[in-house]
Design a protein around this ligand. Structure first.
Ligand SMILES: Nc1ncnc2c1ncn2[C@@H]1O[C@H](COP(=O)(O)OP(=O)(O)OP(=O)(O)O)[C@@H](O)[C@H]1O
Ligand code: NI
Length: 366
C-alpha cells in the first residue's frame, strides 16, 4: 500500500516513537488458502529502537514468525500478502521497496537467524566457503581479507581454533556450533537489526544459555538491535528490553520487560506467566487459539479469558490502552478509561479458575 504518515495509523501512536529503527504499524499479513484467507497477522504495531532487544512472545500459531518475516518480506508471496499496514525501517517504507531493494535490506542492514541451523546452512559447502560468500556479498574484500574476516567472525561467536574449522562441513559440527556459525554468517553484513526466530529452541539448555549470552555480548559490542521471537517467557526475561505479547495475530500487551513481569496486565500475559514451569502449571492455558480464517468478534482471547464479559465478545479487538506508563499498553476493555483494571490486577485467578472449570474439580483429566 502507499506510504502514509505513521502518526495517523493505529490507535496508539502517541505512545510510540517516530524515529525508531523499525516501526511496524497496524501490520496485516494474510495467506490465501483453499480454506479461506488466513489472517496470520492482523493489525500489529510495535517499534524497535537502535541497540535494544524487543521480544515477541506468544503461543504457537500466534503470528510471531509471520510478523518477523514480514519485516523483510521473507514469507512466500503468493500465497502471502500484506493488505494493509506499514513497516518503516530507518524511515523507509519496506512495503514500497522493489525486489532489488528488499534483497539489499535482507542480509544487509537486517539479517535473520532461525531455529534450525541445519536447514539454513548448505550441507555441500564448507563453513569457511559459506562465511566468505556472506562477507564478499557486502564488502569489497580480497580473498585473503575475506578469509581473515571469516576467522575473526568465528572467533567472535566463540568457535575455538577458528582457522582450523574453516574447512569443516556443517555435518561435522554440533547443533550449538552450527547455530554459532549461523550467527557469524548473520553478522557478516554488520546488521543494524538482527531478527532471531527461536534461535535456541532446538538446542539443549546449557547451549541455549551460552547462545543467549553470546547474542547479548555481540549486541553490546556492535550496538545492534535484536528482534527476538520466542514462546519462552524465561528467555524473554533473559534477553529483552521490551516485550510484545502476541495472540491470534494481535498484540495483547506491549511494554518494558520489567513492567511485563512485575505488572503483567493483559489476562493473556498473566496466564502465560502462570504457565512458567517454575509456577508448576504445566498444562498450559486451557483451550486453544481461535480460527485464523474466521476469527471471532471482540477480543481474540475472550473465549479463554477468566475475566471476559459480554462486551468482550463484541466489536473489534480493544485498542491499546495505557497501563501505568505510556510505553506499556494493553488491549483489554478493563483498561479503558473509566474501566476497572483491578478486576484483573487484583485477582489471583489467571488460568486456574478456568482450569478447574474445564477439567471439573478433581476430574479424571488431572
Ligand atoms: N504459508 C502459510 N499459509 C497459510 N497459513 C500460514 C502460512 N504461514 C503461516 N500460516 C499461519 O499463520 C498463523 C501464524 O503462524 P506463525 O508461524 O507466525 O506462528 P508462530 O507464532 O510463529 O508459531 P510457532 O511458535 O509455532 O512458531 C498460523 O495459524 C499459521 O498456520
Ligand atoms: Ni514461529
Amino acid at each position: 500500500m502507499s506510504k502514509q504518515p505513521s502518526q495517523t495509523i493505529g490507535t496508539d501512536e502517541s505512545t510510540r516513537s517516530s524515529n525508531s529503527l523499525l516501526s511496524v504499524s497496524d501490520l496485516c499479513t494474510y495467506f490465501q488458502t483453499d480454506e479461506g484467507v488466513v489472517k496470520a497477522v492482523d493489525g500489529v504495531s510495535f517499534d524497535v529502537q537502535s541497540g535494544e532487544t524487543v521480544a515477541i512472545v506468544g503461543e504457537s500459531g500466534s503470528g510471531k514468525t509471520v510478523t518477523s518475516e514480514s519485516i523483510t518480506r521473507l514469507f512466500k508471496s503468493p500465497p502471502g500478502f500484506i493488505p494493509e499496514g506499514s513497516i518503516e525501517f530507518d524511515g523507509e517504507e519496506v512495503n514500497d521497496m522493489t525486489v532489488e531493494e528488499l534483497r539489499t535490506l535482507r542480509g544487509g542492514r537486517v539479517s535473520h537467524i532461525f531455529q534450525n541451523p541445519q536447514g539454513a546452512l548448505n550441507p555441500v559447502y564448507t563453513i569457511g566457503w559459506q562465511l566468505r560468500e556472506a562477507i564478499e556479498l557486502h564488502q569489497e574484500v580480497t580473498k585473503k581479507e575475506a578469509n581473515e574476516k571469516a576467522i575473526e567472525l568465528l572467533t567472535q561467536v566463540g568457535i575455538p581454533e577458528a582457522s582450523a574449522r574453516l574447512g569443516d562441513y556443517p555435518h561435522q559440527l554440533s547443533g550449538g556450533m552450527k547455530q554459532r556459525v549461523m550467527i557469524a554468517i548473520a553478522l557478516a553484513c554488520e546488521p543494524d537489526l538482527l531478527i532471531a526466530d527461536e534461535p535456541t529452541t532446538a538446542l539443549d539448555v546449557t547451549i541455549q544459555a551460552q547462545i543467549l549470552k553470546l547474542l547479548k555480548s555481540l549486541q553490546e559490542e556492535r550496538d545492534m538491535a535484536i528482534l527476538f521471537i520466542t514462546h519462552d517467557l524465561g528467555v524473554v526475561a533473559e534477553v529483552a528490553d521490551r516485550v510484545v505479547v502476541m495472540y491470534a495475530g494481535k498484540v495483547m500487551e506491549r511494554g518494558p520487560v520489567m513492567e511485563i513481569f512485575e505488572t503483567p496486565s493483559h489476562p493473556y500475559t498473566r496466564a502465560l506467566l502462570e504457565c512458567l514451569p517454575s509456577k508448576g502449571n504445566l498444562g498450559g492455558i486451557p483451550g486453544s487459539l481461535p480460527s485464523p480464517i474466521d476469527p471471532p468478534d471482540g477480543c481474540r482471547f475472550a473465549s479463554r479469558c477468566v475475566f471476559a464479559q459480554d462486551e468482550c465478545l463484541e466489536g473489534p479487538q480493544p485498542p491499546a490502552y495505557e497501563a501505568g506508563t505510556a510505553d506499556h499498553v494493553v488491549s483489554c476493555i478493563h483498561y479503558e478509561p473509566g474501566g476497572n483494571p483491578d478486576i484483573v490486577l487484583k485477582s489471583d485467578a489467571t488460568v486456574s479458575a478456568l482450569d478447574v472449570d474445564q477439567m471439573g474439580v478433581g476430574g479424571e483429566n488431572r
